[in-house]
Design a protein around this ligand. Sequence first.
Ligand SMILES: [Zn+2]
Length: 128
Amino acid sequence: MSCHPDKLPPTCSEAERAAALQRFHLVDTAWRTLGDEASRKEYDARQTEKEMRKPWPLNEKVHVDEMDWQEDEEVYSYSCRCGGEYVVTVKDIDQNVSIVGCNTCTLSIELVQGGSSEVQIGNSVQPT
Ligand SMILES: [Zn+2]
């Protein structure tokens, strides 16, 4: 860097020295800004990559009531937009399974089971 203030010949004036110093700071700041931008871009790229790697992209929240009860198999099913199905067994519901994967693609739904516990509380309060 030819304009570095430390490398000016001792014969130069105060004004020349000040100008050189200022020029050096400008260049220095520009470099720092460029560096920040590069590292931020790299950070963003890494974040995006992390998003893409999520194994189960959540499609939507589905309440158990919205699912179809399959009497023969004793399971609840819900159609996926890919044409496949989300299948929830009664056991799954007992165990409060909340994320259900599609049987043909990588999408999944969040199973919502609100309501049933409230009914139980209501029943227990009922006089016998
Ligand atoms: Zn699917």
